[in-house]
Design a protein around this ligand. Structure first.
Ligand code: OXD
Length: 309
């Protein structure tokens, strides 16, 4: 049985090295090098060419290189029998919660505002809100959303959560479903999107949702660019209903040079850097699943294909 790495746009070298260190006997191909498709039973992927995997008659598993799996689930030609796994990694989770905490603190203490003011040599003090008086709402209370919520709560913020189905979390008061969303949104001063990208969550950050947030709310998107209706965000910032946004993910990455987000001073752009998978940290769980497959044991972190996460 052979192992295939398919990651156009992502350097496969650290993955290849880590896989070889962890499992020296493994027969690994890196797409598109020449290889026998019939031999491949396990693939590690990031943004594979659509339709590629239908040509591998013995492929059993496609493992995502990251926490998100939308780049795999969105391939309509992926055969039904192939299992998809995602990464669940403590370092990735910590990085995400650190990043969101930093963005939230930047917003409440207006650090980016003062940075911009420095360019103008302008001395202008603004009032600020303390964590205990600030409510952050997290959409998506999975592994990452829960960790982000706990970190914010530990730092004194009031934390609310929203998910498709009900969740019981110690530090996060959670809401679920359509009615829950109507209760959740009007309380949220800083909205953090950490939802998985599925056909149900695509375009969820739209005008209708923003309208339900209180005046002056701030939006942080660290999930996927496709969650956001870009023109709606620009309009709501332009009208003053939203005070701004911190965006780490975009429909097109890198963000094209002529994109209007670059020139909107109330939008803070980071280049999809909130939490980056480290191959050496993640490869042990990939190898564990590879061995489980060989031993006919249930795999870990399997995605429910009908749900998309
Ligand atoms: C991921 C990502 O899903 O990097 O891990 O976005």
């Amino acid at each position: 049985m052979s192992f295939l790495i398919v990651s156009p746009g992502r350097d496969p070298k650290p993955w290849l090295e880590a896989l070889k260190n962890q499992h020296p006997g493994l027969n690994i191909y890196v797409y598109p090098e020449d290889h026998d498709k019939e031999e491949v039973e396990f693939a590690l992927a990031w943004n594979h060419p659509r339709g590629l995997f239908k040509n591998y008659p013995n492929l059993k598993v496609v493992a995502s290189m990251g926490a998100g799996v939308d780049h795999i689930t969105s391939d309509r030609e992926l055969p039904e029998n192939i299992k998809i796994t995602r990464v669940v990694d403590q370092q990735l989770t910590t990085d995400m919660s650190d990043f969101v905490l930093a963005q939230v603190m930047d917003h409440v203490r207006r650090l980016s505002y003062y940075k911009a003011q420095q360019v103008e040599k302008s001395w202008n003090r603004k009032p600020y809100k303390r964590p205990k008086n600030t409510t952050v709402g997290i959409m998506g209370i999975g592994v990452l959303g829960s960790a982000v919520g706990e970190k914010l709560a530990k730092n004194g913020f009031n934390v609310l959560g929203w998910a498709k189905s009900s969740k019981d979390k110690k530090d996060i008061n959670t809401y679920c479903g359509k009615e829950g969303l109507e209760e959740f949104l009007p309380q949220v001063e800083i909205l953090v999107c950490l939802l998985p990208l599925t056909s149900k969550t695509e375009n969820i950050l739209n005008r209708d949702l923003f309208d339900q947030l209180p005046e002056g709310a701030y939006v942080i998107n660290v999930a996927r660019g496709e969650h956001l209706v870009e023109q709606d965000l620009l309009r709501m910032i332009g009208s003053g209903h939203l005070s701004g946004a911190a965006l780490d993910v975009f429909r097109e990455e890198p963000l094209p040079e002529d994109h209007p987000f670059w020139t909107e001073p109330k939008i803070h752009i980071t280049p999809h850097i909130a939490s980056v998978t480290k191959a050496s940290s993640v490869v042990p769980q990939i190898i564990e699943n590879y061995e489980r497959l060989q031993d006919d044991e249930p795999l870990k972190n399997v995605v429910e294909r009908d749900k998309g996460y």
